[in-house]
Design a protein around this ligand. Structure first.
Ligand code: FA5
Length: 346
């Protein structure tokens, strides 16, 4: 066998069994180093003693052997390097560095309106009320007509309405659920309707065009104003964690008769007078009244057998009072710094 063929076989076998980078490096030195087999073969050939023809033959064989050896070793080195990089990556994945700083997990918080809504739902469910949400996009019928507010009634102007192209409206109040609930469940009935309402209004610190109300409806036999006051007092006592003084003033809403505005003694100054209650000692809180017989009839409930009360509190305004929030526009601002200030209760 020609010597270059022997060296080729030997190098191939050596590379085949070398896996690590340093092993391949050693092979490179063994074959191509200063005293490597290929280098020595070239030196020891004694070209001057060869015939010109043999010299050409040996020269070209030696050159091609050297090129082949260099390429093969280079490729083996690259493969060994890639294998070692993969091994190192695997090892660093498997290693746990307990000195690294932890990854901060941000805990979300509930919107203050959600907090108040959840609290009220709990209180009312404890008094046997069911929770119904209804529809934000409503018909004119349930929002107005079925509540004893016919098209030409001036009370429609009390609530500026967003009209949709298809004749539907964005509900202006949660009272829109009253007749829906009566139709569906009949009497006796205890239900609350928390939800978002919309009014085409100019915005300021206490008026939003998108705000939340929580409506309550209780229909049963022999329900009177005394029942209404008792439920309202129980509710406010739970929300403000103490006994709350209330008073009723006459109020007008076509769907209740008689109608009232329920005021709460100012929880910030105990009725003495402060900036929150504008020195009056009272805060106007919950419009309410006894359900108008016509509304019961629209809901297919016999007004000679049943009476009821209804109230429609501003959930957004209640949240302002409870948390001392000075500007209603903060609620819809989407500013996380605002939401993060409220305790997470789950
Ligand atoms: C009503 O919407 C009646 N449906 C309430 C009612 C229900 C009366 C059942 C009788 C029986 P009023 O328009 O006053 O009433 O609104 C009720 C509450 O919603 C207000 O007291 C206030 O807290 C809140 N509210 C009304 N308009 C806005 C507004 N633009 N921004 C924030 N809160 C508002």
């Amino acid at each position: 066998m020609e010597p270059w063929q022997e060296i080729r076989n030997e190098l191939q076998a050596a590379l085949g069994s070398a896996k690590r980078l340093d092993e391949v490096e050693q092979i490179r030195v063994r074959f191509l180093g200063r005293k490597g087999k290929i280098t020595l073969l070239a030196k020891e050939t004694g070209f001057s003693r060869l015939t010109p023809e043999d010299r050409r033959h040996w020269g070209s064989q030696l050159n091609s052997l050297k090129r082949w050896a260099e390429e093969s070793i280079e490729q083996a080195l690259a493969e060994a390097r890639a294998r070692e990089a993969a091994r190192a990556a695997e090892a660093s994945r498997a290693r746990l560095d307990v000195t690294l700083p932890g990854i901060e997990r941000r805990v979300g918080s509930l919107h203050p309106i959600s907090l108040v809504q959840m609290e009220l739902e709990d209180i009312f469910q404890g008094m046997g009320f069911m929770v119904l949400t209804g529809y934000e996009v409503e018909t004119e019928y349930y929002n107005f007509d079925a509540l004893n507010i016919p098209p030409d009634h001036p009370a429609r102007d009390m609530q500026d309405t967003f009209w949709l192209d298809n004749g539907m409206i964005l509900r202006t109040h949660t009272s829109a659920n009253q007749v829906r609930a009566l139709e569906e469940f009949g009497a006796p009935l205890r239900a609350i309707f928390p939800g978002r309402c919309f009014r085409y209004e100019a915005m300021d610190a206490s008026h939003e065009n998108t705000f939340y109300q929580l409506e309550g409806l209780l229909v049963d036999r022999d329900i009177s104003v005394a029942n209404l006051i008792a439920v309202m007092k129980a509710l406010l006592g739970e929300v403000f964690h103490r006994e709350v003084k209330v008073r009723l003033r006459p109020g007008f809403f076509p769907f209740v008769e008689p109608g009232f505005e329920l005021d709460q003694q100012c929880p910030f100054c105990d009725g003495v007078g402060c900036s929150v209650c504008k020195q009056s000692g009272w805060i106007e809180l919950i419009p309410c009244g006894l359900v108008h017989p016509k509304v019961l009839e629209y809901g297919r409930v016999d007004p000679t057998q049943f009476t009821g009360f209804a109230f429609g509190m501003g959930l957004t305004r209640l949240a302002m009072l409870k948390f001392g929030i000075p500007d209603i526009r903060l609620f819809n601002s989407g500013d996380l710094r605002f939401c993060e200030q409220f305790p997470v209760v789950l």
